[in-house]
Design a protein around this ligand. Sequence first.
Ligand code: GUN
Length: 297
Amino acid sequence: MGDNHETKLLDGKAMALQIKDEIANEVRAMTSAGRRAPHLAAVIVGEDGASMTYVASKEKSSHEVGFTSSVYRMSEQTTERQLLETIDFLNNDPDIDGFIVQLPLPKHIDEQKVINAIAPDKDVDGFTPVNVGRMVLGEECFVPATPMGICTLLKRYGIETAGKHCVVLGRSNIVGTPVANLLSRKGFDCTVTMCHSRTQNLKELCLQADILVVAIGKPEFVTADMVKPGAVVVDVGIHRVPDATKKTGYRIIGDVKHDEVDQKCSWVTPVPGGVGPLTIVSLLQNTLAAYHRHTGR
Ligand code: GUN
């Protein structure tokens, strides 16, 4: 801990448990009234380790809140056409409220073409052009899970955002771009700076951040000399590094060097147990919303 302040954890794990409990109660009330449970499906192509971990975790969380969950596992050799046929099936199955296609896809498949084929009203990842467009316009839509989780974390912890300078590191379609958009909007009212690989004065910009969102995909990239004292730091990174002292043989680290940065900021998301658990919960929230829309109740 620092000399005269205590850094507080944005405890995503605890918050995720609480929100899952809220969802589970709602689902229980509906199913005991004779309604079917919400149904979330996932498609995974190939056997990428991280993707399999994500999908397993989505499946487990779905069951925990009482959702029906199905996973379509397709081989690495699946053709684009076969994948598009599966998406067509899921788009048209009235028992499925929402589905996700786990990314990345194998190189021989055109990712954007696949995303474009997902019916926007089942696109609980919020990746289709219709949902991205709606989000930018501030219309009702499915917001991508990671940015939505970050927003939930800031909001439920009562972090002051209005007029604050939020610096976002990374401009991906999944995290950087949508989170920059959401935090600049009414309700959050941040002044947002988005930084990327071509940004020239990255350190100086980071030092101006009241809120620093790091989604740059580089292990322990952000060091203490880049952080303004008292800043709120959100670490979106997830990296496995070998660690012989662990039973699993690895440990998880983020995009932020926590052992030094944590002493400088006011609030920080731990890794693991920060943004990650909220991402999955956001997907469940989107699926519940899709269910209400589909069932008209
Ligand atoms: N790969 C990494 N993150 C995500 C995500 O949120 N959704 C999907 N579909 N794939 C991902």
